[in-house]
Write a protein that binds this ligand. Structure first.
Ligand SMILES: Cc1cc2nc3c(=O)[nH]c(=O)nc-3n(C[C@H](O)[C@H](O)[C@H](O)COP(=O)(O)OP(=O)(O)OC[C@H]3O[C@@H](n4cnc5c(N)ncnc54)[C@H](O)[C@@H]3O)c2cc1C
Ligand SMILES: *[C@@H]1O[C@H](CO)[C@@H](O)[C@H](O)[C@H]1NC(C)=O
Ligand SMILES: *[C@@H]1O[C@H](CO)[C@@H](O)[C@H](O)[C@H]1NC(C)=O
Ligand SMILES: *[C@@H]1O[C@H](CO)[C@@H](O)[C@H](O)[C@H]1NC(C)=O
Ligand SMILES: *[C@@H]1O[C@H](CO)[C@@H](O)[C@H](O)[C@H]1NC(C)=O
Ligand SMILES: *[C@@H]1O[C@H](CO)[C@@H](O)[C@H](O)[C@H]1NC(C)=O
Ligand SMILES: *[C@@H]1O[C@H](CO)[C@@H](O)[C@H](O)[C@H]1NC(C)=O
Length: 568
């Protein structure tokens, strides 16, 4: 689209940018007055938010309030219901340039106060596109640092920001079914069955709604299903156990509704604003505007065959043999549409996968040889088998559960690399050896290959290496909430960075998954977006010339200082 207008935008000199080189941060003289905030509040559907850290009640006079926080602290739904609060507690802390930390640990040492950390102090509880438009106008007028926050699951801290202005999408919960959806201004398209999700809908809610309609949708997993279905997940790509059968999240979107930096409310699809449609599918959350809803294609409900295997290794040699074989057979399994998750180390191996719409006998033919290898190699400690589930939701419920468990509420950082099909076929042994050498083992998410690799890599902004991948490898560093000292956080980050460099040798292009990644990449543009970065930056200039939307490691963030408050 319109290369001329793109060029015109690129040559706008930076001096034309309004608001000076720095954002206005809470506590500075420029910060809007209470009067300005109450005038904003009068135009919103909800009262203004004054977000506070999750553990604040443990610094007050009520032991009951603190006890309740302690009980719920690792509950992902409870955390996502707190405005501005992240799922991982380290992301709520803030380390000043002088190396002091502002934090609010759950178990304070005597005399400690609760620091606001990175939690934005004021925000809008957006329920409608109009609320979002008012928030954007206000942020632009006062030159505030905008923080778009949905569930707070982000690992890069893109949904938090010290002294920023929160736009919270969590309660935009509308769900609508479209029996025959045709994208606006599409004159020739045939209607498809679709579901439109408000920006705050979480996967467990989407799955239950779509299940009731006898359909399925490609989506993510976690214990309790609290990841957002229409926020960062889709904007960063969106992988699923169903991706080898039906493609990634980005391959299943039909339309977005979005509020832009100039507060326009746009319909974005393949026909309307096609460049933006391309960018929103994988170019990253919090960068191009604020999405208010997403429309996904749905698929007919079909029964699924699930496979599972678990074993303990008595020696590293056995681990090496099993991991090699698993990697070697993986491309064939992905081509057969098996998708799911696995974990392995020198000590143990676990995998659970699904394949839709095949008979148990057919499915067994494809995976039994690997199970036999596993039993022959690892011995009697091996459990493996197949089960049938009537729907995707039944499998999710069986494996992950629909109520939030203790997957969050502590310190954690993750990093990832994509495993190419070619690498798995040509170098299974070396790859297995490398993965087993990493401390604490790896997760291998079988969420690529198959149908997802048949889709044109240039059809969306999602890193094109995903189309050559069969799996995503993730590694992590975790620590207790009370261990979030500057030294421990920095040490964990340094270990993760070192391990990432080792892991990087499985790739030729350093491709990572943007949504499961570390701030401490050697080159985030290359790892998260690869060759799509340049075009994304052009589109960013076009839709947000003043960079109202800036997030850590987002497109254009390299033009800002480390705090993202001032232009370089
Ligand atoms: C326990 C757990 C399980 C996970 N499982 C999966 C999985 O199965 N598959 C997978 O692909 N990923 C998975 N992820 C990663 C997940 O995709 C990212 O954490 C993602 O950023 C979450 O998006 P969110 O909207 O829920 O969270 P948030 O942290 O609220 O937002 C993330 C980013 O998106 C932006 N954003 C959110 N809403 C909007 C909006 N309406 N408009 C514009 N920008 C917006 C934010 O500004 C931020 O940049 C998982 C993460 C966790 C912690
Ligand atoms: C938090 O924990 C308490 C128990 O202390 C429980 O009664 C309450 O329902 C929980 N609150 C939420 C919002 O989950
Ligand atoms: C570090 O910087 C912060 C913010 O400027 C300040 O409040 C704090 O007192 C400083 N701490 C030390 C030990 O200098
Ligand atoms: C593997 O070992 C763990 C304990 O280390 C045990 O709980 C588990 O049951 C074992 N798995 C198998 C398949 O024997
Ligand atoms: C399921 O498989 C059958 C037989 O192979 C095929 O005809 C049908 O289209 C498939 N359905 C879906 C939803 O993939
Ligand atoms: C496995 O079980 C068989 C029969 O119970 C036994 O003979 C064999 O020694 C066992 N092998 C291992 C490795 O435990
Ligand atoms: C796993 O075993 C191999 C072979 O003994 C060894 O080289 C590697 O360091 C081990 N990995 C870990 C994390 O200990």
């Amino acid at each position: 689209m319109k290369y001329l207008s793109l060029l015109a935008v690129i040559f706008v000199p930076l001096t034309s940018v309004s608001g000076g080189p720095c954002r206005c941060i809470y506590g500075q003289d420029c910060w809007p007055s209470e009067q300005a905030f109450s005038s904003l509040a009068s135009r919103l559907s909800q009262p203004l938010l004054r977000p506070t850290p999750a553990a604040l009640p443990c610094y007050g006079a009520s032991p009951e309030a603190c006890a309740s926080v302690k009980t719920n602290f690792t509950d992902a739904q409870w955390r996502s219901n707190l405005p501005g609060v992240m799922q991982m507690t380290n992301l709520d802390t803030y380390i000043f340039p002088n190396n002091t930390i502002s934090a609010c640990p759950l178990a304070p040492v005597t005399g400690e106060t609760c620091g606001q950390g990175s939690v934005p102090p004021v925000g809008v509880d957006a329920r409608t596109p109009q609320d979002v438009q008012e928030a954007v106008r206000f942020a632009k007028r006062y030159n505030l640092r905008v923080v778009v926050h949905n569930t707070g699951h982000d690992f890069l801290g893109r949904s938090t920001g010290r002294g920023g202005f929160l736009v919270w999408t969590h309660w935009m919960k509308d769900i609508a079914f479209q029996e025959s959806f045709v994208a606006e201004t599409d004159r020739v398209g045939k209607g498809v069955q679709a579901i439109t999700l408000g920006a705050g809908v979480q996967w467990v809610e989407a799955y239950k709604a779509i299940h009731a309609k006898g359909r399925i949708v490609v989506g993510g997993v976690s214990i309790g299903g609290t990841v957002g279905a229409a926020g960062g997940w889709i904007l960063g790509g969106g992988h699923s156990a169903l991706s080898p059968a039906y493609g990634f999240g980005v391959d299943n979107v039909l339309e977005f509704k979005l509020v832009t930096a100039d507060a326009k409310y746009l319909t974005v699809n393949a026909h309307n604003n096609p460049s933006l449609f391309w960018a929103l599918r994988g170019g990253g959350g919090g960068t191009f505007g604020i999405v208010t809803s997403v429309t996904y294609r749905t698929h007919p409900n079909v029964p699924l065959i699930a496979s599972f295997a678990t074993t303990n290794f008595s020696t590293p040699e056995i681990a090496q043999k099993v991991a090699t074989e698993f990697i070697r057979v993986h491309p064939a399994l992905s081509d057969y549409h098996w998708g799911g998750y696995s974990l392995f180390s020198n000590h143990s191996f676990q995998m659970f996968q699904i394949v839709p719409n095949v008979s148990q006998a057919e499915a067994q033919k494809t995976v039994q040889p690997f199970f036999d290898f596993l039993t022959d190699t690892a011995g009697n400690a091996t459990l493996s088998g197949l089960m049938e589930f009537p729907t995707f939701l039944d499998w999710i419920n069986f494996i992950f559960g629909l109520t939030p468990g203790s997957q969050v509420g502590f310190g954690q950082e993750v990093s990832s690399r994509l495993l190419a099909k070619d690498t798995a076929l040509r170098k299974p042994e070396e790859t297995a050896k490398l993965l087993l050498s990493l401390p604490r083992g790896v997760s291998l998410n079988s969420v690529a290959g198959g149908a997802s690799s048949l889709i044109d890599p240039s059809s969306s902004a999602f890193h094109p290496s995903w189309r050559r991948a069969i799996a995503e490898i993730t590694i992590s560093e975790s620590w207790g909430d009370s261990d979030s000292t500057v030294e421990n956080i920095r040490a964990a980050q340094a270990r993760l960075q070192a391990t990432t460099r080792v892991l990087d040798t499985v790739t030729t292009d350093s491709a990572a998954y943007y949504n499961e990644a570390t701030l401490h990449e050697d080159d985030f543009r290359k790892s998260f977006l690869g060759p799509h970065y340049r075009r994304l930056k052009e589109i960013k200039h076009q839709v947000d010339p003043d960079s109202l939307f800036v997030v850590p490691r987002g497109v254009g963030s390299e033009d800002w200082d480390d705090q993202l408050n001032c232009r370089k």
